[in-house]
Design a protein around this ligand. Structure first.
Ligand code: AMP
Ligand code: ZN
Length: 468
């Protein structure tokens, strides 16, 4: 087995403990990330969850593991209520936007992929669409049927959660309390926690996306897609499954039940969940609207990577309350990093090679359940360490950035367009200096400064820098 120097520890939702990570196969980690429901833009809350899974993946890669990651695309079957009721989100959006379900799904999927790129989130091995895996989902349902885990109601085929011994283990669901409660309507279901594997198309309404199956024309339930696709690409038993914390009580609970019922094996070893991004201290979902998109932040003057940087400042398991003030603070800090890196690229002085010291501090932080706030502290200490040789420092910071993803290799001095008015003032000041009218020249320097530019005198002539 390949042994990382500093063991990697993750908080496993399944055991509610921080555990040392041991992959099933020594050379490769298999990881499934619950992806977007593509009926609308992913907001910055959704994207916080993908930044978290990207960091997880990059930390594994930093530890020299090969990661096979799958992200699914929910383009059918996710209903407006998680309790198998309401309209299909994609069909509803298609009606509203007068487009086909496929057009809606492809449109929002393209924007999602674009947003991930802007946030320096690595592409998965494959994006898997639910509509392209209907056959696999039907096969899985047949297997569950053969093992007598299913039953039929007037609107679909359901999974009988009572038959699965460990149902609700991930969320520590108190099934007895749920049974007594009124929160979930039972309808024709045998148990409140049962869920749809296949829904029949309603005879009163023509759906755009429907398929024939051994049980009748209809469409798959949302949970079965993730079980079918993860097992197809990663095997019946794989290493890591991720998603937002809202998936714990229903979606992931149901994935475990149907996968383990079908195979008789443990489904996933490590379940990792990202906490929500809050707005005004409230949980905001995409269907409620309310959180910004990446493009909206850009219009307000915030680069996507400033948002990534802001997310790294909080541990992934802690809710993060979003405010434009904290984003502004992140922007100032990000700009400072950028200016410092540009400066280091030009430095030539000698110094000590402190790579090993900082490297081990960084590895300790990231391998400790992705402690990114601490990793950023190490990054800043190395950045500001004057004793550290600029050459070795730059190379180490670039290495750290393979995890942080702040894009430091692309930091360049921006060519700022100097306004004509400033150029004129600089010329006038030069003329005064030649005439040794230094007091007058200083007044002009002050005027230039007030307009946001600093002029310094070099051997090659005056040099202008824009103040940030
Ligand atoms: P959806 O497109 O609604 O299926 O959600 C995509 C991902 O975003 C899922 O992993 C959700 O758990 C996650 N998510 C939804 N809302 C938020 C939020 N406010 N903060 C963080 N993650 C979220
Ligand atoms: Zn899923």
């Amino acid at each position: 087995m390949k042994q990382a120097k500093i063991p990697i520890k993750f908080y496993n939702t399944l055991t509610r403990k921080k555990e040392i990570f041991v992959p099933i196969r020594s050379s490769q980690v298999k990881m499934y990330t619950c992806g977007p429901t593509v009926y609308w833009y992913q907001h910055i809350g959704n994207l916080r969850t993908y930044i978290f899974s990207d960091i997880l993946r990059k930390v594994l890669e930093y530890n020299k593991y090969k990661v096979k990651q799958i992200i699914n695309v929910t383009d059918v079957g996710h209903l407006t209520s998680d309790a198998d009721e309401g309209e299909d989100k994609i069909e509803k959006a298609a009606k509203k936007e007068h487009k086909s379900a496929k057009e809606i799904a492809n449109h929002y999927l393209d924007i999602f992929k674009d947003d991930l790129k802007k946030l320096n989130i690595s592409s998965p091995k494959k994006y898997t669409k639910a509509t392209e895996h209907i056959k696999e989902q039907i096969e899985l349902k047949k297997k569950l049927e053969r093992k007598e885990y299913t039953y039929k109601t007037s609107d679909g085929i359901y999974f009988n959660s009572k038959k699965f011994k460990n149902y609700g283990i991930l969320a520590r669901l108190n099934i007895k309390e749920l049974k007594a409660g009124k929160r979930i309507s039972l309808g024709e279901k045998k148990n409140k926690t049962d869920f749809a594997l296949w829904k029949f198309s309603s005879p009163n309404e023509k759906r755009q996306q429907e398929w024939s199956s051994p049980w009748g024309i209809g469409f798959p339930g949302w949970h079965i897609e993730c079980s079918a696709m993860s097992m197809k690409y990663l095997g019946n038993h794989f290493d890591i499954h991720t998603g937002g914390e809202d998936h714990i009580p229903i979606h992931h609970t149901n994935e475990i039940a149907q996968s383990e019922a079908a195979t008789g094996k443990k489904f996933v070893n490590y379940w990792l969940h990202g906490a929500f991004l809050l707005y005004n201290k409230e949980k905001i979902s995409k269907s409620k609207g309310g959180l910004y998109t990446i493009s909206e932040l850009k219009k307000l003057g915030y680069e996507p990577l400033v948002y990534r940087y802001m997310c790294l400042q909080t541990k992934y398991r802690k809710p993060l309350n979003f405010t434009l003030e904290s984003l502004e603070a992140a922007k100032t800090s990000y700009e400072r990093i950028k200016n410092k890196i540009i400066e280091i690229k030009k430095q030539t002085h000698k110094g000590n090679d402190l790579t090993k010291t900082y490297e081990s501090q960084f590895a300790k932080a990231i391998n400790n359940d992705l402690n990114m706030p601490q990793a950023l502290q190490v990054f800043h200490s190395a950045l500001d360490d004057f004793e550290f040789s600029p050459k070795f420092k730059l190379s180490l910071l670039k290495n750290f950035d393979s995890v942080l993803g702040l894009g430091i290799k692309d930091f360049k001095e921006e060519k700022t367009l100097i306004p004509e008015e400033i150029k004129k003032l600089v010329k006038e000041r030069e003329a005064l200096r030649k005439l040794k009218e230094f007091a007058q020249a200083d007044i002009l320097r002050q005027r230039i400064l007030e307009k946001g530019y600093e002029v310094s005198d070099t051997q090659k002539g005056p040099k202008l820098t824009k103040k940030t």
